[in-house]
Design a protein around this ligand. Structure first.
Ligand SMILES: Nc1ncnc2c1ncn2[C@@H]1O[C@H](COP(=O)(O)OP(=O)(O)OP(=O)(O)O)[C@@H](O)[C@H]1O
Ligand SMILES: [Mg+2]
Length: 387
């Protein structure tokens, strides 16, 4: 019994032809870049995209890049869409390397500083009369030591050249607090153009899953009740990736059983296989700093609070480190630990918008009472302290 018509259409790399419930954000992006697409812009455009996990940030920007390139082509403008994921390419140098590769430009790299390389890239754009939109995804992975300059470097691209701006930039991040480290003038140029993607509610996820199922599955195999259940399960997280992951796995279960339809039981199996409830043993597998962060979280949340901001949690974590005579990690590493704890389903990171400057990442602990977590962690950490 076949379930999938085109399974590839549920793979993480695939970018759908449309994104239901992101039409207005797509339109806004097009408005910001209209001068770039027509090749008439006199100032370099910079846009920030924020939003929690699975809110469609990457998909939106990739779809926009594809359409912008096409719109520009129709107007006789050669516009290149350059996409770099900073979690993979973590330094200015590797990002520039990816750009040169994507341009298929023959620019020698060895022995040049990155300022020199950037100038060579800009010369290339001018010589070929092309334009570019550079999308830097997951820029939160960049911050730290040398990389701190990266944000500054890429948000100022080409500013010192008096010619037509050739490269515009889109920065994508889950963590809007990362811009706090920038100086005021960079901040204000960047923070003007923010598009924040709210978490999807279950009705929106219903439409999204239905749309993606129509592309990927044989018509009629997804039962209406299963679709609703997926939307409701994922609605608690507001996360489209989670919804599509359940859909794909549920399809796999149905296929393996040789069943002609995806039933709610397949959906339940799929969701149980993705995020198992936190068990005590899981805490044993965590690294010391992840435990210290969780301990900080469990102490900070005890006052009947549901959330704490990432910055506040970092403060609490530093105090806990002092208590356990451990050197605290810098914010970038701390943020990586938070992402891992979120990926494991132990904590939740929500980006909330409270007016332009007030977007914050809020951390919560949905799966376990803080009192139990605190006791468990104190026991484990006590053991680890040695005789
Ligand atoms: N509105 C939508 N319609 C259809 N598919 C969507 C929509 N939003 C997101 N998706 C799909 O959900 C998955 C997750 O989206 P995406 O990767 O863009 O999230 P993200 O915000 O970049 O998450 P992260 O912070 O983890 O990088 C992708 O497979 C994407 O194609
Ligand atoms: Mg993404």
């Amino acid at each position: 019994m076949r379930i999938f018509r085109d399974e590839e259409k549920l793979s993480p790399e695939y970018v759908p032809k449309a994104l239901p419930h992101r039409e207005s954000e797509l339109k806004l992006l097009k408005t910001f870049f209209s001068g770039v697409v027509s090749g008439t812009s006199r100032i370099s455009t910079r846009v920030i995209i924020t939003g929690s996990v699975g809110t469609g940030k990457s998909a939106l920007v990739k779809l926009f890049g594809r359409e912008a390139r096409e719109d520009a082509r129709k107007r006789g403008v050669d516009l290149r869409f350059l996409y770099v994921n900073c979690r993979i390419s973590k330094t200015i140098f590797t990002i520039l390397t990816r750009i040169i590769e994507q341009l298929r430009a023959r620019i020698p790299m060895r022995g040049y500083s990155y300022e020199e390389l950037l100038h060579k890239i800009l010369n290339y754009f001018e010589a070929k009369n092309i334009y570019g939109i550079l999308a830097l995804d997951e820029v939160d992975a960049l911050l730290g030591r040398e990389e701190k300059n990266a944000l500054y470097f890429f948000s100022r691209i080409g500013e010192e050249r008096e010619k037509v701006p050739r490269i515009s930039v889109i920065l994508i991040t889950r963590n809007p607090e990362m811009f706090d480290v920038l100086d005021e003038s960079t901040r204000s140029t960047l923070l003007g153009n923010i598009i924040h993607l709210d978490e999807y509610n279950s009705d929106q996820l219903y439409d999204i899953v239905k749309f993606r199922a129509d592309e990927a599955l044989i018509p009629g195999v997804l039962m209406e009740s299963s679709l609703r259940l997926i939307a409701d399960l994922a609605g608690e997280r507001g996360d489209a990736r989670y919804a599509l992951d359940i859909l794909w796995r549920a399809g796999k279960y149905a296929e393996a059983e040789g069943f002609p339809r995806i039933t709610p039981e397949h959906v339940r199996k799929a969701s149980a296989s993705i995020y198992p409830a936190i068990r005590r043993e899981h805490l044993e597998y965590l690294g010391d700093h992840e435990r210290l962060i969780l301990l900080a979280l469990s102490r900070a949340l005890k006052e009947g609070q549901a959330y704490i901001t990432a910055n506040d949690l970092h403060q609490h974590y530093r105090m806990i480190c002092e208590e356990y005579s451990t050197q605290p990690r810098a914010y970038t590493r701390f943020w990586e630990y938070l992402q891992r704890l979120d990926d494991l389903g132990i904590i939740r990171i929500n980006v909330k918008s409270e007016g332009i400057k007030g977007r914050r990442s809020y951390i919560s602990l949905p799966g376990m009472p803080v009192s139990i977590l605190r006791r468990e962690l104190e026991l484990i950490l006590e053991k680890g302290k040695g005789p």
